[in-house]
Design a protein around this ligand. Structure first.
Ligand code: GMT
Length: 388
């Protein structure tokens, strides 16, 4: 099949998921065309089945706001026509679903039917999408998609709650390539981070307000009073300065490291003992799933789709959003005993298997197949019942 994938090329969960999906499909023999404004961060190695088409936005002194969405639709049309795409799979509704709608309408005038599948990821619905400056377009373009998927049951329900969606939204969970995360810890790396055998806690995110990164510092402050430990912050974003200030205020600078945006997150997770994700909302929590795949238990909030991946008391613990005291207590409970920690690690790794790439990617393929078959049916010449 020839599949066009549209996504954000950055470190965000939706872009990571879309890129990993494209890579997996290419490995299975499909031809995959990424249409983005930059090379996706996880698209580093060469594959004969992967193509990359950069969206270039025209600039002109008149344009205070360069027309990205128009450029994206035009690039989609170009790729659909010149590479005979069978379907478009767009990740994150804004502005990808509406740009795809426009492209679909344009190629229809050339006599082509291009099915559009929209995968909703979270903030495109719960945070940004519901804003009144965007909502009518988001709702319309979701309804106009040929198929809609959401990355958790929670996100599906939230979408029905927020918008008047007339179609079925199918849940296809996010996935992880478990094998990639089953790395042996590099001793030398562990020693650099925790020279005296301290426990290693990790948080990875885009440091937006919704992640409640300050809670991570406050949880760590409590943990380190009881258990010698270190904290690694992976990623970067708007809350970073406030987070650094809090580390300084609590005199924890020697215990906390900011390692920035990392492509090889699996190397870091391989030495981690606990992953902290106290988010205000998380449609799924792909970063948490990656941690679990590396055998790292999870201390998280119970917001959004997190209860669909974190099994309370088994793969980690969940607490109400903002309940730093409960999260600290649970973290200490897991970290204070080697046997308990190892049991949680095993459970986390086992739970991640349910979301392994080999379980989930075929679900997308089956969804694609439905449209391929429908399109073939449409193209079949009409057979007369009584040929003359
Ligand atoms: O804020 C983020 O975490 C980035 C955002 C994105 O769309 O790139 O992540 C959302 O999509 C991820 C992949 O499906 C989910 O795992 C995250 O939970 C979701 N983030 C939120 O809902 C806040």
């Amino acid at each position: 099949m020839r599949i066009g994938i549209v996504c954000y090329p950055t470190f965000g969960g939706s872009g990571v998921l879309a890129t990993e999906l494209g890579k997996a499909l290419a490995e299975k023999g499909h031809q995959v065309h990424f249409i983005t404004y930059q090379q996706p961060v996880r698209l580093i190695e060469f594959s004969a089945n992967i193509f990359y088409h950069e969206v270039r936005v025209a600039t002109y002194p008149l344009f205070e706001y360069p027309p990205y969405e128009t450029a994206l639709s035009s690039t989609m049309v170009d790729v659909i026509n010149n590479h005979q795409l069978d379907l478009l799979h767009v990740h994150y509704a804004i502005p990808h679903a509406s740009a795809a709608y426009m492209a679909k309408k344009i190629v229809a005038t050339h006599g082509k039917n291009i099915p559009v599948i929209t995968t909703l990821h979270g903030t495109d619905i719960t945070l940004v999408g519901r804003d009144k400056t965007l909502a009518p377009v988001v709702a319309f373009s979701i309804n106009e998609s040929d198929a809609i998927t959401a990355v958790s049951k929670n996100l599906r329900d939230e979408t029905y709650e927020i918008f008047d969606i007339k179609k079925e939204i199918e849940v296809i969970y996010n996935f992880v390539d478990v094998k990639r995360f089953q790395k042996k810890p590099i001793d030398a790396f562990r020693k650099v981070i925790a020279p005296n055998g301290e426990r290693i806690l990790v948080h990875a995110s885009n440091f937006r307000a919704v992640k409640r990164v300050l809670d991570v510092v406050n949880i760590f402050a409590e943990v380190t009073k009881e258990i010698p430990s270190k904290l690694l912050f992976v990623g970067d974003g708007p809350e970073r300065p406030a987070t650094e200030n809090l580390c300084r205020k609590l005199n924890l600078c020697d215990e906390i490291r900011f390692v920035g945006k990392q492509e090889q997150i699996e190397e870091i997770l391989a030495v981690a003992d606990l992953f902290i994700l106290p988010s205000e909302y998380e449609s799924f929590g792909l970063a948490a799933l990656e941690a679990m795949a590396a055998g790292v238990p999870l201390i998280s909030s119970d917001a959004g789709g997190l209860p669909e991946i974190n099994v309370n008391g088994k793969t980690g613990f969940m607490s109400s959003v903002g309940d730093v005291e409960s999260m600290s207590r649970n973290a200490i409970a897991i970290l204070s005993d080697e046997d308990i920690l190892n049991r949680f690690k095993r459970n986390a790794a086992e739970q991640a298997m349910k979301f392994d790439i080999h379980q989930i990617v075929p679900k997308y393929e089956r969804l694609y197949d439905r449209f391929l078959v429908a399109n073939l049916e449409e193209k079949k010449p009409l057979r007369r019942k009584n040929p003359i």
